[in-house]
Design a protein around this ligand. Structure first.
Ligand code: SAH
Length: 363
């Protein structure tokens, strides 16, 4: 099952003596420029440094060969580049890869790289654990430990970039890993700015999707970034009674407030909002659920992404049989609501986020 194509030592660039240094990836572009200027280097050196970080896939300051040696030495003395360790690296039969990263404080997070003929999508985590407590999700089973910093999230992206061959590049980002991204919005926005900037990873905002449990005030804030990021809302139920059971934070929010915020997101950004719906056999997969969902979304510029439940050991939920899923899709489509079923990637490597970390924490 595990066929690590890159040795762990190649991926791990952490020296014990530097463990307390700040992470260079936590700096915004203007903070980076300030550092360069404060150390007496011309401003353009900041641009070169950024190129090494984001375009040339550097894993150490030493490699940054067009920066003056004293500057590289200063950087190495003051900052860490990669601060996490690769605890495990799995490669699935379909070439999906997953990293379990061990952070400076010993906590672990997961990130996934998925290949398709026309795209390379990465899925990133934004928190250590999750406070939302969705009953079918492995990520929240151990609660929330802490937010990730912008640098820690960016390291996920850059680490995954080092797994690519020179002719491959990351084309899409989904913020659907461990954690609730809108509960860590400032760090997430800093990361997405770097990801979408031409001086950063150069991934267009329309190729970046943030998935949220549905925090209305934060959705509204996210709507006003001036960028066209995609928003996906994890609805999972077409009414409050059922949603309260599956997504416990719903009892303080309610489906109506989420839909209002989603409408604002569409009005402000012009981006069609996706509603995610994990299909749980005999829980939320009845024809009447599909009809109710269609009713709820009627007249909205929306799309439903049905996610077959990824089995989590110890949890009593399972994906429905294929005909049941198809029936759900058909009801939505007959009602004029576009729907798709998410393809499963990396099925042989616990690729549903949170599962690998859970296994690791339990052992
Ligand atoms: N907290 C955010 C993002 C992380 S979860 C959110 O709630 O959207 C990303 C998506 O994976 C969510 O739609 C979530 O409900 C779904 N998910 C969680 N556990 C799953 C499982 N076992 N099988 C299938 N999808 C799951």
């Amino acid at each position: 099952m595990i066929t690590a194509s890159t040795s762990l030592s190649q991926l791990t660039d952490v020296s014990k003596s530097t463990a307390s240094l700040p992470r260079i990836l936590d700096l915004t572009p203007s903070e980076l420029t300030d550092w360069v200027v404060a150390h007496g280097w011309p401003k353009f050196r900041a641009g070169q440094l950024q190129k090494w970080l984001f375009h040339h896939r550097a894993t150490s300051f030493e490699q940054m060969s067009d920066l003056p040696k004293p500057m590289r030495e200063q950087l190495a003395a003051e900052f860490r580049l990669f601060a996490a360790e690769v605890e495990s690296h799995q490669v699935a039969y379909d070439q999906t890869e997953k990293l379990l990263l061990k952070l400076g404080d010993g906590e672990t997070i997961e990130c996934v790289l998925m290949r398709e003929p026309d795209r390379v999508t990465v899925c990133i985590s934004t928190q250590v654990g999750c406070a939302m407590g969705c009953v079918f999700c492995a990520s929240g089973m151990l609660g929330l430990k802490r937010n990730l910093s912008a640098g820690e999230i960016l390291e996920e992206l850059l680490r995954m970039q080092t797994l690519l061959s020179p002719d491959e590049r990351i084309t899409n980002i989904v913020v659907m890993g461990i954690g609730e991204p809108l509960a860590n919005l400032p760090a997430v926005l800093q990361v997405l700015a770097a990801a979408s900037s031409p001086d950063g990873l150069g991934i267009g905002a329309r190729h970046i999707t943030v998935s949220t449990v549905g925090l209305p005030a934060k959705i509204r804030e996210f709507a006003h970034t001036g960028k066209q990021y995609n928003l996906a809302i994890s609805l999972h139920a077409p009414n409050n009674t059922l949603r309260d059971k599956l997504v416990p934070v719903n009892d303080k929010i309610g489906v109506e407030a989420i839909l209002d915020a989603a409408d604002e997101y569409f009005e402000v950004t012009g981006r069609r909002v996706t509603f995610e719906y994990v299909l749980l056999a005999q829980v939320n997969d009845e024809p009447q659920h599909a009809q109710q969902l269609a009713q709820l979304l009627r007249g909205r510029c929306a799309h439903v992404n049905l996610i077959p439940m990824n089995g989590v050991s110890l949890l009593p939920y399972h994906e429905p049989a294929a005909p049941r899923t198809q029936q759900f899709v058909a009801i939505l489509e007959q009602a004029g609501i576009p729907a798709s079923v998410r393809k499963r990637k990396g099925a042989d490597i616990d690729a549903a986020c949170g599962q690998l970390r859970l296994k690791h924490e339990k052992s």
